[in-house]
Design a protein around this ligand. Structure first.
Ligand code: ATP
Length: 244
């Protein structure tokens, strides 16, 4: 692999007696779409939290981004270095328009002035193919898919090197998942490395160049998606053990 853009080295995170992430090490190459999967509660979102520092870093281990160690850094610094994320729950401002939402993200998260914010918003809207005639309506009136587009555009407005998406396909119909597949490929083709947590395995398998599988906070497998998904221990973690 070329020099990794992101690397974790034996990161761990505990909540009291619960070891949510144990000794997880992986590397992401620049320009890659890197998928992360695992059963419910296996630690996927906690891994994103540890990397971004939102709301906490690891208890142990190291996180490296663009050759710099970032664990222990404040979350806003990590974000401004070029690491941007979304959350499982859509969090729109219902009374703000899509355009105003992006302006807020650009000014507060990207640290941009109003002119730069407007330029970046146009770029982000274009990248996620957000319909121009819907940009000035209140976010509350947007469709589920448009809210996803807006969430991703908000994360892109600061021009991150890495975009980290936590289950972006949840709540989408099959055609919308197909549209999300295209959206992710377009964002990636524009030079953004993507880390993708996703339960919709068709999407994950379609867009990811490599997969990391977590189970009970531990790294179960990593590698080429089809090979990983054929591994007996991965099948067992998803489907349970045969009893006969
Ligand atoms: N802030 C917290 N305090 C206490 N326990 C937590 C906290 N965050 C996560 N956990 C626990 O850590 C474990 C891993 O949770 P996490 O949300 O990372 O899993 P996940 O793989 O993202 O799950 P899902 O697929 O359901 O979103 C779970 O047992 C969860 O209950």
């Amino acid at each position: 692999m070329s020099e990794p853009i992101l690397k974790t080295s034996r990161v761990s995170k505990s909540f009291g007696g619960l070891k949510a992430i144990r000794d997880v090490s992986f590397e992401v190459a620049p320009g890659e779409i890197f998928g992360i999967a695992g059963p419910n509660g296996s630690g996927k979102s906690t891994l994103f939290n540890i990397i971004t520092g939102i709301p906490f870093g690891p208890n142990a281990g190291e996180v490296w981004f663009k050759g710099k160690r970032i664990d222990g850094q404040p979350a806003f610094k990590i974000a401004r270095m070029g690491l941007s994320r979304t959350f499982q729950k859509d969090a729109e401002f219902p009374d703000l328009s899509a355009r105003e939402t992006l302006a807020v993200s650009a000014v507060f998260c990207g640290g941009l002035d109003r002119r730069q914010a407007a330029e970046r918003s146009e770029e982000a809207f274009a990248l996620v193919a957000f319909a121009p005639h819907r940009r000035d309506m209140a976010s509350a009136g947007l469709s589920v898919f448009e809210k996803k587009q807006l969430m991703i555009a908000s994360a892109l407005v600061s021009k991150p090197d890495i975009l980290m998406l936590d289950e972006p396909a949840s709540g989408l119909t099959k055609p919308e998942i197909q549209a999300l597949d295209t959206l992710l490929r377009n964002v990636n083709a524009a030079g953004v490395t993507i880390l993708l947590i996703e339960h919709v395995l068709t999407l994950l398998m379609s867009v990811s160049q490599r997969l990391l599988i977590l189970n009970q906070g531990q790294q179960l497998a990593e590698g080429e998606p089809r090979a990983v998904m054929r591994q007996p221990d991965v099948i067992e973690a998803y489907l349970g053990k045969r009893t006969q």
